[in-house]
Write a protein of this length. Structure first.
Length: 234
């Protein structure tokens, strides 16, 4: 159930699951359970530089190092996907569905060893994830979701949140860190193209375990960052 709209999270719209680079099938109706990974988010990769693994059997989790969740409202999201670092698993968030729920559904299928990257649009202390606005005022609606993320994380996993200005609310980041058990890095100013006043530093950090600093690199290759012509601002 979407806590903001009151609508069920089960979709009647098609799902798409990428089986290999540039090969995508549309799941118009439920098929084998090892193909239907989650309900509304779309699995785009393993990235083109990483060989796709076999389908995950029902009831088991696929082990991955890093996952990138990217909202399809982000300008040029497909070019960003094409420019990720090697080995990144990419999952698109449907813009008309609750993004927190989509992430929760997806993480049920994975065991994450290193990092989760969340690329979406943000403003001061708020980030938009699909149809949901995530902020201090809505955190209570999603506390059980965030706690469930921890069951998919190895100790020391880092969550990098790219939305512009989201990190200005440090207390919110601390609460997210407590609920998920993860280290957090978030942007406290405009993220994106320098010509539009942005940068690619995630300035605000909350470190809980295993390290004195955030160790994860940004999800994208340097050439991608240098040529991106928009920002992650609402």
């Amino acid at each position: 159930m979407n806590p903001l709209s009151g609508k069920p999270t089960q979709l009647s719209a098609p799902l798409s699951v990428a089986l290999a680079p540039r090969q995508t099938i549309s799941l118009e109706a439920p098929l084998a359970t090892d193909l239907v990974l989650f309900r509304s988010a779309r699995l785009v990769s393993p990235s083109p530089r990483q060989a796709p693994s076999a389908p995950t059997p029902a009831g088991s989790s696929q082990i991955v190092d890093e996952i990138l969740f990217i909202d399809r409202r982000v300008s040029g999201y497909q070019s960003l996907e094409a420019g990720v670092r090697s080995g990144m698993t990419i999952i698109e968030l449907h813009p008309n569905q609750d993004g927190i729920v989509q992430i929760s559904d997806a993480l049920e299928q994975f065991r994450v060893r290193k990092a989760v990257h969340i690329v979406s649009l943000g403003d001061k202390g708020v980030v938009r994830l699909g149809a949901a606005q995530f902020s201090n005022s809505t955190l209570g609606l999603y506390s059980s979701d965030l706690k469930s993320w921890a069951t998919s994380f190895d100790t020391g996993v880092e969550i990098l949140i790219y939305g512009s200005n989201f990190g200005v609310d440090r207390k919110l980041l601390e609460r997210v860190s407590t609920l998920t058990g993860a280290n957090i890095a978030a942007s406290s100013d405009r993220t994106g193209s320098s010509t539009l006043g942005g940068d690619w530093e995630l300035e605000q950090k909350v470190v809980r375990v295993n390290t004195a600093a955030i160790a994860t690199q940004l999800a994208f290759q340097p050439t991608t960052l240098n040529t991106y012509a928009a920002t992650f601002s609402l």
